[in-house]
Write a protein that binds this ligand. Structure first.
Ligand SMILES: [Zn+2]
Length: 274
């Protein structure tokens, strides 16, 4: 069975081509992967198929979509100066469905990994976006209820280096290497997200794709009752297999690992049908 998790960032907009705009890339990738015979599934379906040995193994390559950081550009058409109004990534998926009908890819779904802390989102919005409040949480509840979306956990505050030093040293997410710090980043975030969406997130995506030996080797495998996640996802490029580490699943990142649909087919080793 061939399976891959793809990551898009809705704030990656520097033009209107697949190489520099993740919205344009997603639209093109959906068409190309559909035509190449891939089957879009949710992260939950993919993880189940890989680790619970669903039989018979699906013949089509399974592809699941993830969006990182939870900007409002995930779900809303918004102005992104100076590049004009961008459709939300959700609207890109909906446009695919209007073109092909809802039965063409019945499993089409994306997990949007959000940052819990309102203060961290405010800071990232003002430093990395436009300070216009485009990292809100007022859409999380509707997203979780939407058939095409689920909300995932991207940590309490991304341990973002721009945030003030608190109880813990700031820097990469591999600096998170104690039980208490994991509880803050994973469980405190999960509880905040649940209060907004009504459902505890099932998946965690490591901020910056980074994790410490402790987090992936001890915290996630040994404290399942605490975090109650089904898997954690990194950004090491690669296909997901039964041999993958459930607590650091590989993921291909748009822009870093491919810049057009042909490159995406190549890294997935999927042949284009004649
Ligand atoms: Zn991130």
């Amino acid at each position: 069975m061939k399976a891959a998790i793809l990551a898009y960032h809705s704030q990656n907009i520097a033009g209107d081509e697949t190489a520099n705009n993740d919205h344009v890339a997603l639209a093109a990738d959906l068409e190309t992967l559909h035509k190449a015979g891939c089957r879009f599934v949710s992260l939950a379906t993919l993880v189940d198929a890989i680790f619970e040995c669903v039989s018979p193994a699906p013949e089509s390559p399974l592809v699941c979509l993830t969006f990182d950081d939870g900007c409002d550009y995930d779900v809303r058409a918004l102005e992104f100066p100076p590049h004009g109004t961008q459709p939300g990534l959700l609207q890109v998926m909906e446009a695919f469905i209007s073109r092909h009908g809802s039965t063409a890819q019945p499993g089409l779904h994306a997990t949007s990994f959000v940052i819990a802390s309102p203060e961290a989102r405010r800071m990232i919005d003002s430093k990395s976006l436009f300070g216009a409040g485009h990292m809100s949480d007022d859409w999380w509840h509707a997203a979780e209820a939407h058939p095409l979306l689920a909300i995932g956990n991207h940590g309490w505050d991304h341990n973002h280096p721009d945030l003030e030093e608190g109880q813990y040293a700031r820097g990469g997410f591999d600096m998170v290497d104690s039980f208490e710090h994991c509880q803050q980043q994973v469980v405190q975030a999960a509880e905040f997200i649940k209060a907004k969406t009504g459902r505890r997130p099932m998946f965690f995506a490591y901020p910056f794709g980074e994790s410490s030996e402790y987090t992936r080797g001890e915290y996630f495998p040994m404290h399942r009752d605490e975090h109650r996640c089904l898997a954690a996802i990194g950004t090491d490029p690669g296909l997901v297999t039964a041999q993958s580490n459930r607590w650091n699943l590989p993921r291909f990142v748009c822009g870093r690992d491919w810049s057009n649909p042909a490159e995406l087919l190549a890294i997935l080793s999927v042949e284009t049908s004649p």
